[in-house]
Design a protein around this ligand. Structure first.
Ligand SMILES: NC(=O)c1ccc[n+]([C@@H]2O[C@H](COP(=O)([O-])OP(=O)(O)OC[C@H]3O[C@@H](n4cnc5c(N)ncnc54)[C@H](OP(=O)(O)O)[C@@H]3O)[C@@H](O)[C@H]2O)c1
Length: 163
């Protein structure tokens, strides 16, 4: 399992309703990495997507504790056990965790790598949702691209692995 995320310098990822930055190059990278794969997200992240709709060209799994919740085009799981069972029944060994904060934190122990887009500038919006600080969690940055620039923002694509 792999996480994919875009973070501010202090590992912020959102304000609870949306993301902190708009970086088309990062959205393209996200699409390229996850296209054709299974993505796992929390119900709040699903609600933050355009129209609250699942991502096209990917198998979407959504975690919610609400047994009355329904949304077309998604697999629903109500706890970790159900998620484990669903992944096994689908034969899915390499899904992407795509957020948000609660789900990244919960599934980090299951991840063997994290694709982290690191933005150098602090966001204009104050973050209230965070990704775990991988440096403090004992992960290592295995690779990073040279800095890219877009919309006045400098960012790098990095890959992190456990030490
Ligand atoms: N920067 C990025 O790359 C990135 C990526 C994704 C999201 N985000 C941002 O992250 C923020 C949303 O994150 P969040 O932490 O507020 O919400 P979230 O992780 O997307 O979703 C939380 C929801 O997941 C469900 N859930 C959590 N633990 C569960 C469990 N053990 N079993 C079953 N369901 C469980 C619950 O849904 P119910 O309430 O329905 O029970 C909970 O309210 C937004 O601002 C979004 O834009 C940023």
């Amino acid at each position: 399992m792999k996480s994919i995320v875009c973070v501010s310098p202090d590992w912020g990822i959102g304000d609870g309703a949306g993301m902190l930055y708009h970086i088309p190059g990062d959205l393209k990278y996200f699409r390229e990495q996850t296209a054709g794969h299974t993505v796992i997200m929390g119900r709040k992240t699903l609600d933050s997507l355009p129209g609250g709709k699942p991502l096209p060209k990917r198998r979407n799994i959504v975690l919610t504790r609400d047994r009355g919740f329904a949304r077309p085009g998604v697999y629903l799981c109500h706890d970790l056990m159900e998620l484990q069972e669903l992944l096994a029944s689908l034969g899915e060994k390499d899904p992407f965790v795509i957020g948000g904060g609660e789900i990244y934190k919960m599934l980090l122990p299951w991840c063997d790598s994290c694709l982290v887009t690191r933005v150098e500038q602090p966001p204009e919006i104050r973050p209230s949702v965070f990704f775990p600080n991988l440096e403090k969690e004992g992960w290592t940055e295995k690779s990073q691209t040279p800095p890219l620039e877009e919309n006045g923002l400098r960012y790098r694509f990095t890959e992190w692995v456990r030490e």
